[in-house]
Design a protein around this ligand. Structure first.
Ligand SMILES: *[C@@H]1O[C@H](CO)[C@@H](O)[C@H](O)[C@H]1NC(C)=O
Length: 499
């Protein structure tokens, strides 16, 4: 077999990282980026494959750290329409090379380790891209908390997610404190879904008693103040436990954003995520004819236009560390496991309380934001790849283009001005029967997606050309963003007597 100096060379591209934008060629060997060279200088290199980027942008592969796949039914009858196989297939077609999914512990389970083993069994051999897991803690029992040490030290699971809402997952404030304390001593980052579950249940009862059950009332039942209140509470609880690092997931409300910014300004290790649904959808999308609005039911709900603008501002000014999809797909036209499970003879427009919460978006995240024109490209790379890799302990292996260090996870975009692509569900690769972004125009799309040096998506020649066995489990280390754990340690341990 012929042996080449390089496995792959990408020539004639404009490379974008979180740090800079410049024209250079990239050489790949043994799954790693090994050389950056002056533009065009590797056009004749001894390489097994040469991709001519034709002047298009070249970015690190997307890192999507908020993805729900193949989870057990936790929202009434709804269960995920995507498996690891179909979800990660969709990921690579949208330029994403790493995902972090969830290993969900149910309330009835005392231990976390079984949920982790079950999730490994689902993902192994079924993933088109590299993957890790966050532990979703539904029952912070003594047993569960005692397992955090082995999760972070041996299993490569360095983040947890907890919920302040949803009957199946909501935990009390005292339980949140116990989780934060244990997470802190194990250098684990705690992700928090901040909505006040008790308040939204009460508001839902009020609406139902007046017969207001159509999908649009989903957003009425979850007003912004309920997100801002829970966000503020989460920040307060984290500060109480000696500034334990937290990440507020899927932030949609400007009030919550402002509170996060204040905590950051005060030096608290508080991080925040937002998602395309809060940049491209509004609550009006829940008010579509008959039941169609259910396609955009997710939590928190999309807000108004002014809120959208504030979220964009927060992305630009650094309040948001990461931009994830929160891909949480349910089929629409499905009365067994999808959105339509809540339609009955009694409720022909459904009952918003029972609509499974979540929307698909793993494949559309990068194209929507890349071509929005509302984010500088280096900032785009920072929030969709570099920061997620740092925040979740995968940097610099993931999220950058550093020779000798970074995996060759790369997206080659089309040269500017060549494409006008309309998003329709037919062009997507998930196993979900709709996209909430149907009909939107995007100006670009990943032309090639490369995972550890292998082309896994070639839009013009074969589409998804990778295999479901290519993805590897990533054992993650502690978060390296902004030296958060060093800062936390300088502060010293939690000491209740010192409060
Ligand atoms: C950044 O944007 C957020 C959201 O719009 C806003 O609340 C915050 O005040 C801004 N911060 C600065 C320093 O401009």
């Amino acid at each position: 077999m012929a042996s080449y100096e390089y496995d792959l060379v990408i020539t004639n591209g404009i490379c974008v990282t979180a740090a800079d934008i410049a024209s250079y060629d990239i050489a790949v060997k043994d799954e790693k980026i090994v050389l950056l060279a002056p533009s065009g200088s590797l056009a004749q290199a001894d390489a097994e494959k040469i991709i001519d980027a034709e002047g298009g942008y070249v970015t690190p592969g997307g890192v999507d750290c908020h993805v729900h796949l193949e989870e057990p039914a936790m929202f009434g009858k709804g269960s995920s329409s995507d498996t690891y196989e179909t979800g990660t297939r969709s990921a690579v077609a949208g330029g994403c090379t790493t995902i972090v999914g969830f290993a969900p512990q149910q309330k009835k389970e005392p231990s976390l380790l079984k949920a982790l083993a079950d999730t490994h069994a689902k993902a192994k051999g079924n993933s088109y891209c590299d993957y890790g897991f966050h532990m979703m803690v539904g029952n912070p029992s003594l047993e569960a908390l005692s397992e955090l040490k082995t999760l972070s030290e041996n299993e490569g699971i360095t983040s947890l997610k907890i919920y302040m809402t949803y009957a199946a997952l909501q935990i009390r404030d005292d339980q949140i404190l116990s989780v934060l304390l244990e997470a802190r001593s194990n250098r684990m980052l705690t992700m928090i879904h901040a909505e006040n579950g008790d308040v939204l249940n009460w508001l839902t009862d009020q609406l139902e008693s007046q017969g207001l059950v159509a999908p649009k009332y989903h957003s009425t039942s979850r007003p912004p103040i309920l997100e801002a209140e829970a966000t503020n509470r989460a920040i307060a609880l984290s500060s109480l436990i000696a500034n334990t690092p937290i990440l507020l997931v899927h932030v949609s409300d400007p009030g919550a954003t402002l509170r996060i910014r204040q905590a950051q300004t005060a030096g608290q290790p508080v991080f925040a995520e937002t998602c395309p649904q809060y940049l491209f959808l509004t609550r009006d999308d829940l008010d579509a004819p008959v039941f169609e609005g259910a396609k955009c039911v997710c939590s928190p709900p999309p807000r108004d236009k002014a809120s959208q603008d504030a979220i964009w501002t927060g992305l630009r000014n650094g309040t948001f560390t990461v931009l994830s999809s929160d891909h949480c797909p349910f089929n629409y036209n499905d009365a067994e496991k999808g959105k339509m499970t809540c339609i009955t003879a009694e409720n022909p427009v459904g009952k918003f309380r029972e609509i499974p919460n979540g929307i698909p978006g793993i494949e559309t995240r990068l194209p929507l934001v890349f071509s929005s024109g509302r984010l500088a490209l280096a900032k785009f790379v920072e929030v969709v790849a570099t920061n997620p890799a740092k925040l979740y302990g995968m940097y610099p292996r993931k999220g950058s283009l550093i020779p000798g260090v970074s995996d060759a996870d790369i997206v080659v975009w089309y040269p500017e001005g060549r494409r006008d692509i309309t998003i329709t569900n037919e062009i997507l690769h998930h196993a979900t029967d709709y996209t909430p972004f149907e009909g939107r125009q995007v100006g670009n799309w990943p032309r090639f997606t490369i995972l550890r040096g292998k082309v896994v998506w070639d839009r013009d020649n074969g589409g998804v050309v990778g295999k479901k066995t290519f993805g590897k489990f990533l054992k993650r280390g502690a978060s390296s963003l902004d030296r958060i754990w060093e800062t936390v340690e300088e502060q010293g341990a939690f000491d209740v007597a010192a409060l």
